[in-house]
Every structure is written in structure tokens, then in C-alpha cells.
Design a protein around this ligand. Structure first.
Ligand SMILES: CC(C)(COP(=O)(O)OP(=O)(O)OC[C@H]1O[C@@H](n2cnc3c(N)ncnc32)[C@H](O)[C@@H]1OP(=O)(O)O)[C@@H](O)C(=O)NCCC(=O)NCCS
Length: 259
């Protein structure tokens, strides 16, 4: 079967979310982020609509380029997606979030809505190892394990800062998944190739945090682990990786790749 790589639009938000849920179901961190004992807090349909709306915001974000891969004989079926954050965007988002935190601090306690009554806000950077559907804008839901949410994305943020500091000189793969029905057919490779070409063109590396399923695939495709962090009391290790462009290994400062 032939597949086409196309830009995704806001109309694809629900289909992309379905791919995300199918691809990550059963994955330890992902499942722990959505614990069964919180399901009663928000009705299924409301939660699903919230997730779609949340996912849709990505398409309004000019800093992230999302692509879908579709069978060429059935363009309505989405088999996988890749979301790429532009160079410098992670730092720009951090600055925006810091400003938002300041603004939020100005709100008095009386004005705040209790978390159990409304979807709350937790400061987080973009999701990566969960496929990018959870926290692009820092929002959380009462259905989610807020503590783990904060730990996971806080560590992603801290490690990225430690590695890159103020340098935004990399393409950042923040969302990546292939529907299980279409896995093992080279779709991830095809989607990664877009980033490899961009990386060559811009002479910039690609950076990501790998999920357990993504880890060996990324290694196979030329990524190198440069750092790692533990979550869930050390029961999960997340590896951060880069893939340098072949033509420009000297664009990286000496420290990247040492950690
Ligand atoms: C990880 C994932 C995207 C891979 O998608 P896929 O379409 O099945 O992968 P591909 O078929 O394109 O395989 C890409 C390459 O990796 C290789 N590969 C696949 N699984 C591998 C493994 N376990 N170990 C080593 N290499 C592997 C393939 O042989 C292929 O190599 P080639 O291009 O040289 O032939 C998919 O399994 C997935 O969506 N998993 C759940 C969600 C997830 O974890 N996403 C990553 C978030 S960081």
C-alpha cells in the first residue's frame, strides 16, 4: 500500500487523537497519566471533547508543524502523525508560560475555580514521549494524574533546559505515533525523513524524548541518547536523543552530546 505525507489541519484533530490513544494504550506512563480511579470526575464525552479541543489548539500554533500520513487510496484514514516544533519555539513558549504564571499569580484565591469543577491549568511544556497530545498548552484535566503530569513534563523541561540552555538551535519532535494497524510498514521512517531533510537543509539537529516503543526505532534511525531522567520513583527511564545533520556536525556547541 502507498502512503502520502500531508500537512494536518484542525479538522484532523479528532482522528489524530484516535491514533494517539490507539498507539499509546497500554504504555505505562501514558496509562498512569489517565488513571481509572479518576474517571468518575469528568464524563467520558466531556473529557473526549476537551481532549479534542486541546489537540486542536496545536493547529492554531504557528510554532508547530504537524503532518499526517494517509493511505493514498483512502485519504480520510489517518495512519500516523508527526508534530515538529520549530527551532527556538520551546524557549519562546517557556517565556510565554512564565508570563502567564505571573499573570495567574495576580488572581486572588476567591477568583480561582476549584480543580474538581473545571479543567485546571498545570504549568507544563510540550508533550513528547506521550505523542504530543497531552500538554501543548500546559492544560491538565481532573481526569489526569496531575502529580505525574507535572513530574513528567517538568522533568522534560528541566532536562531540555539543562541540555540546550538558551539555544533554540534544533528541530524538536514533540508528537509522533503510528496507528497499530499500520505499524511495521515504514511509516515512522517516512515521517522522520521529513525532519531529516529539514535538519540537513537548516544544518540543525533534531531533538526528542523517546517513549519505550520509540526508543529502539530512533536508535535504529540514527538518533543518539544524550541524557536521561527517571520518573515514577525510578520505575521508568526516559531517554533524550539527538540526531545531527550529516553535513553540519560542527553547528552544535561542544557540550551537547556529552551528557
Ligand atoms: C514507534 C512507532 C512510531 C514506530 O512506527 P512504525 O511505523 O511501526 O515504524 P517503521 O515501520 O517506520 O520502522 C522504522 C524503522 O525502525 C525499525 N524498527 C522498528 N521497530 C524496531 C525495534 N523494535 N528495534 C529496532 N528497529 C526497529 C524498522 O525496521 C525500520 O527500519 P528501516 O526503515 O531501516 O527498515 C510506533 O511503534 C508507535 O507509534 N508506537 C507507539 C507510540 C510511540 O511510542 N511513539 C513515539 C513517541 S516518542
Amino acid at each position: 500500500m502507498q502512503y502520502n505525507l500531508l500537512p494536518a489541519s484542525a479538522d484532523d484533530a479528532e482522528a489524530l487523537l484516535r491514533v494517539n490513544v490507539a498507539a499509546f494504550k497500554g504504555e505505562k506512563v501514558h496509562d498512569a497519566l489517565f488513571p481509572k480511579d479518576r474517571e468518575h470526575l469528568v464524563p467520558d464525552d466531556e473529557f473526549w471533547q476537551w481532549r479534542i479541543a486541546h489537540h486542536r489548539k496545536r493547529f492554531a500554533d504557528p510554532e508547530t508543524m504537524t503532518f499526517k500520513i494517509v493511505p493514498s487510496d483512502n485519504l480520510r484514514t489517518i495512519a500516523g502523525y508527526a508534530a515538529w516544533m520549530k527551532p527556538g519555539a520551546a524557549n519562546r513558549k517557556k517565556q510565554t508560560q512564565a508570563q502567564k504564571q505571573k499573570d495567574d499569580a495576580a488572581i486572588t484565591d476567591q477568583q480561582k475555580i476549584p480543580e474538581t469543577m473545571s479543567h485546571g491549568v498545570v504549568e507544563t511544556p510540550p508533550a513528547a514521549a506521550t505523542g504530543g497530545s497531552i500538554s501543548d498548552d500546559g492544560e491538565s484535566s481532573p481526569r489526569m494524574n496531575a502529580e505525574l503530569h507535572k513530574e513528567f513534563f517538568g522533568k522534560i523541561d528541566a532536562k531540555r533546559d539543562e541540555i540546550w540552555g538558551e539555544s533554540g538551535e534544533y528541530w524538536y519532535l514533540v508528537g509522533f505515533a503510528v496507528d497499530p494497524a499500520h505499524q511495521g510498514k515504514g511509516l515512522a521512517r517516512k515521517m522522520l525523513q521529513w525532519g531529516f531533510d529539514k535538519s540537513e537543509q537548516d544544518k540543525l539537529p533534531i531533538y526528542l524524548e523517546a517513549s519505550p516503543a520509540g526508543d529502539p526505532v530512533y536508535i535504529h534511525c540514527g538518533f543518539k541518547p544524550i541524557a536521561k531522567f527517571e520518573i515514577m520513583e525510578g520505575s521508568e527511564i526516559v531517554r533524550c536523543m539527538i540526531r545531527r545533520p550529516n553535513s553540519a556536525s560542527d553547528v552544535l556547541n561542544g557540550e551537547v552530546g556529552q551528557k
